[in-house]
Design a protein around this ligand. Structure first.
Ligand code: HEM
Length: 474
């Protein structure tokens, strides 16, 4: 079977090439080694299925970027349809449903971000809240990530449903957090990882199956979304032109489409799946990256010193920093870029498939074959990023002290499926991190700087981060 695919490592029967991937967490190294051995287009096998990997920026550009339509589809995974109740949402759909809803979500978010500055306002409310929480324990050791987690949940929920989790909504947030945590950890078990890629072997291992776990966690999530949708519907003013959140914009579009006779494209089921995708894809990624940025800076006091020097020179007070300040803070941006590169939170990217027979690197690849834009290998490519495991923000600063644009920094992926929430995530990272370091001097807690080791497979969540914050302006 291997003859019909680009060359790659020899797979074992039934399990394919899982073993070398699992050998070193979180899974980067096998792909880096295979790129050295077989070049930047190779085939590896998950269970009995072949997947082509594209692992250099140059080749990603030739394929996913310049020939985007051929690489835009996602590979069909039956368990996704099972928990979603059909082909719904944006992450797992293809064709007209995917393109319509991707465009609609992007334009709604763009409208919030550019037209009305709503997005920034909502994030800055959370920056204030983060300050309030940290200030309660100033000078004492405290946990950092949890505070940012709640802030991130408030931002995404504000954008989708128009409200934040204030005091009386804390119970609701607790339940949602538990669901998110369940989702983040339950699916990293050995059984589940094997089952995703080699279903026959996976099912034989002890423990809960993918189907059982999905059933446990999605029901409550959908209940929350369905309740929100009903509440929105009951109080929406269909005549107002302004949209206060995504759900409102969606319900108005639904009404418009239904009046034209289309009852399916903007269905309620699709809306709850969109909410699911935006909530799940948007919260843990941003929160994980924020935690990593703080973890890297805590491990590099010389970086925090430079960050503070730049802030003193450019901002010079404890006023709130806004996106208008972004271009004047090149080192701050370089720290965020370098943290994203080192955090490298997507060790194995989403599985796409080619939508027609295609020549890749001299080999004819058949329509429907799975293909992965392997961005984690690009972020660790030593030809672009020498000493790739070193945290060095200066690699993003040019000889004039300006921020270098490096297109190989592709943590949000590339091509037609490039992250839908990139604009929001970038705004959150800049506003949370620049305001955090402008307000506080941050020193490690009693157990020292947080570990930078990646502990889990296919997932790069940081450990606990406890630190002592002191205010820089009294
Ligand atoms: C630092 C934060 C983030 C990172 C590193 C990140 C990274 C990614 C990556 C690697 C993909 C896969 C692209 C592909 O298939 O090739 C993706 C897709 C996606 N992301 Fe993000 N993401 C982040 C934040 C967000 C946020 C805040 C949201 C939502 C508000 C979001 C929503 C999505 C959605 C809906 C998709 C699927 C897009 C599609 O299939 O068309 N992400 N993201």
């Amino acid at each position: 079977k291997r003859r019909n695919y680009p060359n790659g490592p020899l797979p074992l029967p039934v399990i394919g090439n899982m073993v070398p991937i699992m050998k070193q967490k979180p899974g980067y190294e096998a792909f880096r080694q295979w790129t050295k051995d077989f070049g930047d287009v190779f085939t590896f096998w998950l269970g009995t299925k072949p997947y082509i990997v594209v692992s250099s920026y140059k080749r990603l550009k030739e394929t996913f970027i310049l020939d985007g339509d051929t690489y835009a589809d996602k590979a069909y995974q039956p368990f996704q349809e099972q928990f979603r109740g059909g082909q719904y949402g944006v992450i797992d759909t293809n064709g007209h449903v995917w393109s319509t809803h991707r465009r609609f979500a992007l334009s709604t978010f763009r409208d919030f971000g550019l037209g009305k500055d709503l997005m920034q306002q909502k994030i800055l409310i959370e920056v204030d809240e983060v300050f309030r929480k940290f200030d309660q324990n100033i000078g004492r050791e405290q946990e950092i990530p949890g505070v940012f987690y709640n802030a991130g949940a408030n931002v995404i929920n504000q954008l989708i449903f128009g409200y934040r989790f204030d005091e009386e909504k804390q119970e609701e947030l607790k339940k949602l957090k538990a669901l998110m945590e369940f989702q983040e950890t339950a699916f990293t078990t050995f059984k589940v990882q094997v089952q995703f890629f080699a279903p026959i072997v996976g099912r034989m291992l002890p423990g809960k199956s993918v189907e059982e776990l999905l059933a446990e966690f999605t029901v409550d999530f959908y209940k929350f979304f369905d309740r929100q949708i009903e509440e929105h519907r009951s109080r929406i003013d269909f005549d107002s032109e302004e949209n206060l959140d995504y759900a409102e914009a969606y319900l108005k579009e639904q009404k418009k489409k239904e009046s034209e006779g289309d009852m399916e494209l903007f269905s309620d089921r699709q809306l709850s799946n969109m909410c699911f995708d935006l909530w799940v894809a948007g919260l843990s990624t941003t929160h994980t990256t924020l935690s990593w940025i703080i973890a890297y800076v805590l491990n590099h006091p010389e970086v925090q010193k430079k960050v503070h020097e730049e802030l003193d020179e450019v901002i010079g007070s404890d006023r709130l920093i806004s996106t208008g300040d972004k271009n004047n803070l090149p080192f701050m941006n370089a720290v965020i870029n370098e943290s994203q590169r080192c955090a490298n939170i997507v060790p194995l990217n989403q599985i796409h498939c080619v939508s027609k027979d295609t020549m890749i690197n001299g080999v004819l690849v058949k329509k429907g074959t799975g293909i992965i834009p392997q961005i984690s290998t690009v972020l660790l490519d030593e030809t672009t990023f020498p000493d790739p495991y070193e945290f060095n923000p200066d690699r993003f600063i040019d000889e004039h002290g300006k921020l270098k644009k490096v297109e190989e920094l592709c943590a949000f992926s590339v091509g037609k499926r490039q992250c839908l929430g990139e604009g929001l995530a970038r705004m959150e990272m800049f506003l949370f991190i620049s305001n955090f370091f402008n307000r506080y001097q941050v020193t490690p807690g009693s157990s020292g700087p947080p570990s930078l080791e990646k502990e889990t497979m296919f997932n790069a969540t940081p450990r606990k981060i406890s630190a002592i914050l002191t205010k820089r302006y009294l």
